[in-house]
Design a protein around this ligand. Structure first.
Ligand code: NAD
Length: 488
């Protein structure tokens, strides 16, 4: 199924672990298979790390830390900048690789390369901007000096849905701050991280500063690393359930943690919204990444007076989507990541319909090969439906009508998550009221995508802890020291 370009690219991707600057197989010799979700075929076999490999990666990160932390910030920044430049040269390869292992359409994969690359550029600049404070104490008897220091070796765990951006969003600030890392990509999409770590090696990163292992036994290999007393920081992006488990493990060593967890984003369309903007925003907020984004709009809360027009217009757009392998010209909806994802979308739609929702389009899995689910619109979703509570993580647009602003706010906030909210209104004062009232770490006001390397990405409530990107991002990898000294 793959052409020569794909074959050559896959051959260029490392199939081993990168520990202390060496590419090596798993100590056990075990391997794991990586699949193309559009075809169900194995595309590559790579090393399947065990506990000893994880420990070796931890050792390498700990050994490399003092020297890396001592390198001038400007030099660390320049390595990140070289990585950014190399990524621009190799952008087509990275995009194709993500489409192969994750399934997103090529145009979206190119968008992820651009977005993911921006973290390298942003933190290459931020490395030299870490500042402290020097002040007289209020009593006038001494000087207070506040300095920032890298936290130490970090363990980074990333999900499968944005294979490049989730890695750069963690690696870039860690390196900029002077930390060394062990990174573990998701077993479903490990190739992009392996290829990216090779790029970092080409950019001149010293040995041991970044170590990567791939494994089919994430829990067993990760726990000893998290419990290693030399580890000082755990940064995780993934599901809330796994995040909670990792927080318990991190409590042992009182680790600094960043947790980018699940979402259940409301997308509120008021009667004074510009429907053109709202429909455009809905397409992005819902169907980008085939609905498999933590920032994906999960619940479309639409004023009753415009609900029908909105539903008709989004249905027309959805019926124009082309389903297929993301490498094919014109494809807008690729496969879901695996069978479980298809089963979940199917069961959420069936539950909603059984409780009275109307199916406007879609609603079925597509016959194989590959794990495809039709882009779907359901309206009049009833309170209590699972689809309102759970992350859909698929191309299903679910509409709930509302009558008053207070009701919209109360439906929007009726979730344990608080990652992102989208609001469409042409009223400035209403928009500002929504900024005040919605329980959310991020908000798109008349836009359907908010992510930006220069902005603090992160959630409230059970969506997580900490921020990635922006001026905040590097502070996740720094610790503060305060020194008091008497007046001279
Ligand atoms: P997941 O929690 O199953 O897996 C995430 C990562 O954790 C993977 O690398 C996986 O191998 C690893 N993992 C799983 N169990 C582990 C364990 N016991 N110990 C150590 N590592 C373990 O999530 P997923 O299915 O890969 O990703 C989808 C989830 O990620 C969704 O809930 C989505 O909302 C969330 N997500 C959040 C953000 C964000 O920034 N908030 C971004 C992308 C995805």
């Amino acid at each position: 199924m793959t052409d020569n370009r794909e074959t050559d690219l896959l051959a260029a991707v490392p199939d081993s672990l990168f520990i202390g600057g060496d590419w090596r197989p798993a100590a056990s010799g075990n391997t794991l298979e990586v699949f193309d979700p559009a075809t169900g075929l194995v595309v590559k076999e790579i090393a399947d790390a065990g506990v000893d490999d994880g420990k070796a990666a931890m050792n390498a990160a700990a050994d490399a830390f003092p020297a890396w932390a001592a390198i001038p910030a400007r030099e660390r920044g320049e390595i990140l900048r070289r990585a950014f430049d190399l990524l621009q040269e190799r952008k087509e390869d990275f995009a194709l690789l993500m489409t192969i292992e994750m399934g997103k359409p090529l145009a979206e994969a190119r968008g992820e390369v651009a977005y993911g690359g921006e973290f390298l550029r942003w933190f290459s600049e931020e490395a030299a901007r870490v500042q402290g404070r020097y002040a007289a104490n209020p009593e006038g008897t001494g000087r207070m000096i506040v300095t920032q220091h890298p936290v130490g070796p970090c363990f980074l765990i990333t999900p499968w849905n944005f294979p490049l951006a989730m890695a750069t969003r963690k690696i870039a600030p860690a390196l900029a701050a002077g930390c060394t890392v062990v990174i573990k990509p998701a077993e479903l999409t490990p190739l992009t991280t392996l290829y990216f770590v090779k790029l970092l090696e080409d950019a001149g990163l010293p040995k041991g500063v970044v170590n990567v292992f791939t494994t089919s036994t994430s829990g067993a290999v990760s726990e000893p690393i998290i419990r290693d007393p030399r580890l000082r920081k755990l940064s995780f992006t993934g599901s809330t359930g796994v995040g909670q488990k990792l927080l318990e493990q991190a409590a042992h060593g009182v680790l600094r943690t960043s947790m980018e967890l699940g979402g259940n984003a409301p997308f509120v369309v008021f009667d004074d919204a510009d429907l053109d903007k709202a429909v455009e925003g809905a397409m992005l907020a819902k169907f980008r990444n085939i609905g498999q984004a933590c920032t994906a709009a999960n619940r479309f809360i639409v004023h009753r007076s415009v609900a029908e027009a909105f539903a008709r217009r989004v249905t027309e757009r959805v019926e124009g989507f082309a389903i297929g392998r993301g490498t094919e010209e014109g494809v807008t909806i690729g496969p879901l990541i695996d069978d479980r994802a298809v089963a979940k979308a199917k069961s959420l739609v069936e539950d909603a319909v059984s409780r009275g929702a109307q199916l406007k389009t879609g609603g079925k899995a597509v016959d194989g090969p590959g794990t495809f689910y039709e882009p779907t619109v359901v309206t009049d979703v009833q309170p209590g439906s699972d689809i309102l509570r759970e992350e859909i993580f698929g191309p299903v647009l679910a509409i709930v009508p509302f009558d008053t602003e207070d009701e919209a706010v109360s439906i929007a906030n009726d979730t344990e998550y608080g990652l992102v909210s989208y609001v469409f209104t042409e009223s400035l004062s209403r928009g500002q009221r929504m900024i005040d009232k919605l329980e959310t770490g991020m908000m798109g006001l008349n836009v359907g995508v908010v992510s930006n390397a220069a902005a603090p990405f992160g959630g409230w409530k059970m969506s997580g802890l900490g921020r990635e990107g922006g001026a905040e991002g590097i502070h996740e990898y720094l610790q503060t020291k305060y020194t008091l000294t008497p007046n001279p």
